[in-house]
Every structure is written in structure tokens, then in C-alpha cells.
Write a protein that binds this ligand. Structure first.
Ligand SMILES: Nc1ncnc2c1ncn2[C@@H]1O[C@H](COP(=O)(O)OP(=O)(O)OP(=O)(O)O)[C@@H](O)[C@H]1O
Length: 309
């Protein structure tokens, strides 16, 4: 059952649409990822879900409630960790956790949470004395302290060192295993691949793909990558004519082809027909990175539709 529903959400700044008809539904208990280039409209979208921005058009429902009209009830069930959240500079970690706990009817005991996030030694440190990574961990703790049913995490692990990042992933998996729905905005493909059940890819304010991580990879053009070093150069015309191939390149004598299973078979037949030996033949699957690049345009360049036109 969907716990978040966004339908045709639009938001413009100074007449420029940055969220341009976004629709998606997040099922209760899933980790739902939102990926997209810088400036694609991800934060604006989740801010509309959290009721922090009012959409110009479209509807948002969180557990059936309107985040703007039913603000108090939605705040009670939704935790948010938004990009670069700032707190009052003099507040200590302990005070911040106590303060946020007081906002909720049945807060979690924040001590184990603080320990889990490596903040137990910093409880009496003032906010402005925390490092970037410690501020980030505190904002995650504050998002979780109210025992939310839904938590929105925007750039969850930005600024964390590799160990803290992995510990945080484990924490998020545990949170989800406790029945909490997680919306995760991220730029880290490894994070998205590891954590997310489904991912919406947003480009220029629109959802350009919505699938499981594996589904996104399988749907990318040229999701099978074939590479080898031929014993002698292969004719360009033969490479260009391979069925299912969407791209090929030869660099330093090594041939790399993006295609499909059909392309793999055609390459093997071609090599046999030309009596060419393939050294270090490798067939691998494209990554979520490849799928992302295939689906989205550069931050300041054309989107996929414009590129295809
Ligand atoms: N309050 C605002 N006033 C005017 N423009 C804004 C405002 N907030 C965001 N924008 C612009 O809207 C666009 C979308 O911003 P948003 O923060 O939603 O993107 P994003 O996908 O989260 O980007 P990033 O990955 O860089 O965080 C950007 O061009 C941004 O400059």
C-alpha cells in the first residue's frame, strides 16, 4: 500500500519550472531512492512531500494526509533530514536531541541512537564545534528520534567517511526492518544500489525512469559490455554492423562494445568467421552509473529527450 503519493506535482521559482509534473507512489516499508543530476528538482520534490514547500499544482498525500493542510499530523509521522540543516550554533548535541524528542508524542530513547551514530562522545559539544560529518550524523539522529513512520533523508551520507557511511547504511537498513518507510535522495550509486528497493530518476524536474536498481540497469541502452583484445584489428564495418550494439570503441588495441546478449553471440561468430583470437575476453553488466548517465543529461546540457531529438 502506498504511504506517499505524489501526483502531477509542479513547482516553479521565478516562473522557471523546477518540478514539472512529478508523480510517484512509495509503498509502506520500502526504501525509495530519488536520483538525479544537480539541480534536477530532487530536494524541491521531497520538500513538497514534507510540506515545507507548497506545490503550484498537483497533489501530495502522506498516509492519506495533505502535508500542508494537515501539517501537524504529518510532522508527527514524518522525520526529515534535509541538506545542510543548520541548528542554533550554541546548542549542544544533547540539548538538540532533548529538544527534538520533546516535539513528538512517543520519542525514541536517543541514547542508543547517538551511540550508533558515534555521537556519544560529543553530547556536550556545541553545534558550531562539530565537524561536517558529525553535524550530518546529528541531523540523521534528529530525523529518527520521533520514531517516524516515514523518514526523508536528503544526501544522507554526504561528508561521511567510508566507515561512517557503511555504518549509516546498516542503520538505515535496520530502521527499514523496523517497518519505517525511507525516502533517500542520493548521488551515490553504490548507496542507491545497496539500499533502495526502487528508484525514481529525476531529470529537469521530471521522472524519466522508475524501477528497481536491477531494472534500471537492464533497461539502459547497451547494458551488456563486451571487451577483448583481438589478435588482429577488426574491420570497422563489421563492428558497426553488430546486432544490438549501441556503441563501440577501440583503444590501445582493446575493443569495448556496449550491446545485448545478442551482441555477445554475434561477436563470437564474427571472431570465428574472421579466424581472429580474442585475448582477455570479458562480458560484464553495465552499472547503475551507466544507467544513470544513459537516462539523464549533464547538469547544464540537454535532457535525454532533447538529446534524442
Ligand atoms: N528557493 C529557491 N528559489 C529559487 N530557486 C531555487 C530555490 N530552491 C531551489 N531552486 C532552484 O531550483 C532548481 C532545483 O533545485 P533542487 O535543490 O530541488 O535540486 P536538486 O535536484 O536537489 O539538486 P542537488 O542535487 O544539486 O541538490 C535549481 O536550479 C535551484 O537553483
Amino acid at each position: 500500500m502506498a504511504i506517499i503519493e505524489a501526483n502531477g506535482v509542479r513547482k516553479s521559482y521565478a516562473g522557471r519550472p523546477v518540478v514539472d509534473g512529478v508523480s510517484f507512489a512509495v509503498d509502506e516499508g520500502e526504501i525509495f531512492g530519488i536520483l538525479g543530476p544537480n539541480g534536477a528538482g530532487k530536494t524541491t520534490t521531497v520538500e513538497c512531500v514534507a510540506g515545507l514547500r507548497v506545490p503550484d499544482a498537483g497533489t501530495v498525500r502522506v498516509a492519506g494526509l495533505d502535508p500542508v493542510a494537515d501539517r501537524d499530523r504529518v510532522t508527527g509521522l514524518l522525520g526529515t533530514q534535509l541538506q545542510e540543516s543548520e541548528l542554533q550554533t550554541k546548542i549542544t548535541v544533547r540539548e538538540a536531541l532533548d529538544l527534538y524528542s520533546a516535539f513528538y508524542p512517543r520519542p525514541a530513547d536517543w541514547r542508543p541512537l547517538a551511540e550508533r551514530l558515534g555521537l556519544d562522545a560529543k553530547l556536550d559539544t556545541r553545534f558550531h564545534r562539530l565537524s561536517g560529518g558529525q553535524k550530518q550524523r546529528l541531523s540523521i539522529a534528529l530525523a529518527l528520534v520521533g520514531r517516524p513512520r516515514v523518514v526523508i533523508l536528503d544526501e544522507l551520507t554526504t561528508g561521511l567517511d567510508p566507515r561512517a557511511r557503511r555504518d549509516t547504511w546498516q542503520l538505515i537498513e535496520d530502521v527499514r526492518n523496523g517497518g519505517v518507510t525511507v525516502v533517500l535522495v542520493t548521488h551515490f550509486m553504490e548507496e542507491a544500489q545497496r539500499l533502495c528497493d526502487r528508484i525514481a530518476v529525476i531529470d529537469r524536474g521530471r521522472v524519466v525512469a522508475l524501477d528497481t536498481p536491477d531494472g534500471l540497469v537492464a533497461g539502459a541502452d547497451g547494458s551488456t559490455v563486451i571487451s577483448f583484445t583481438p589478435s588482429e584489428p577488426l574491420p570497422e564495418a563489421e563492428l558497426a554492423g553488430l546486432p544490438g550494439a549501441v556503441a563501440y570503441e577501440t583503444e590501445g588495441g582493446r575493443v569495448v562494445i556496449n550491446g545485448t546478449d545478442e551482441t555477445v553471440n554475434a561477436v563470437i561468430s564474427l571472431l570465428a568467421r574472421l579466424r581472429v583470437t580474442a585475448h582477455r575476453l570479458r562480458v560484464s553488466e553495465a552499472t547503475l552509473d551507466d544507467a544513470f548517465l544513459d537516462l539523464t543529461g549533464p547538469a547544464d546540457g540537454p535532457g535525454r529527450t532533447e538529446r534524442a531529438a
